[in-house]
Design a protein around this ligand. Structure first.
Ligand SMILES: N[C@@H](CCC(=O)N[C@@H](CS)C(=O)NCC(=O)O)C(=O)O
Length: 215
């Protein structure tokens, strides 16, 4: 069975969990305790890769790390090439490049929010920061989405990534009402709907973020 290893939080693993759920793959969500003992003292030493990190994915003899690479492995393994912007038969499509561009832009957006919100003054300045730093990216994404349902037209992994980014933004900016139809669309994908209703631990995200961030 596929194993996805990560800390006991959403973090970099959450969009990958959504992808696994979407693919209806049986997987074990291996969650490491935040004290790090099991990961650093044992599993990190024993993982059969030169690049041990969290998240990791184990599929039989194959070990994959790096959060942007794991979804590419999964899409190729399950021959769902369109989930990474390729044609259905896995051949090249310019969307593959746009896919990577958007993934990189979304990662920057997420990382910038993450670092901004660790500074105490964030609490007072967050609206100004939103207008100065984040809005421009949201405008670009809005343009990319246009009248389409998903960022590349058809559903792809970056939609799961963007959905998670939006959820994080909603934590810091509860009154933010952008991409609401888009969020609903993702949440209504049957596999995702089922996951959100049955497995997702909604409380955990908030509790952990409360202790690390200013909001
Ligand atoms: N570039 C890596 C970064 C992974 C990373 O920074 N992982 C953090 C959690 S988000 C970690 O605690 N890794 C465990 C370790 O350093 O051993 C990725 O995108 O997967």
């Amino acid at each position: 069975m596929i194993v996805l290893g990560y800390w006991n939080l959403r973090g970099y693993a959450q969009p990958i969990r959504l992808l696994l759920e979407y693919l209806q793959v049986e997987y074990k969500d291996k969650l490491y305790h935040e004290n790090g003992e099991e990961w650093f003292n044992t599993d990190k030493q024993e993982l059969k890769t030169n690049f041990p990190n969290l998240p990791y994915l184990i599929d039989g003899d194959v070990v994959v790390t790096e959060s942007i690479v794991i979804p590419i492995y999964l899409a190729k393994k399950f021959k769902k090439y369109e989930l990474i912007g390729q044609n259905n038969d896995g051949s090249f499509n310019q969307n593959e490049i746009i896919f990577l561009e958007i993934l990189s832009i979304l990662k920057d957006l997420r990382d910038t929010l993450n670092s901004s919100a660790r500074v105490p003054s964030f609490k007072q300045e967050k609206d100004k920061i939103f207008n100065e730093k984040f809005n421009v990216t949201f405008e670009k994404i809005k343009k990319q989405l246009g009248e389409n349902k998903f960022l590349l037209g058809n559903l792809s992994y970056i939609d799961f990534y963007f959905y998670e980014v939006l959820k994080i933004f909603k934590f810091f900016y509860p009154n933010l009402s952008i991409f609401t139809d888009y969020i609903d669309r993702i949440e209504n994908i049957p596999q995702i709907k089922n996951y959100l209703e049955t497995k997702e631990n909604k409380i955990f995200l908030l509790d952990r973020m409360k202790s690390l961030y200013y909001y």
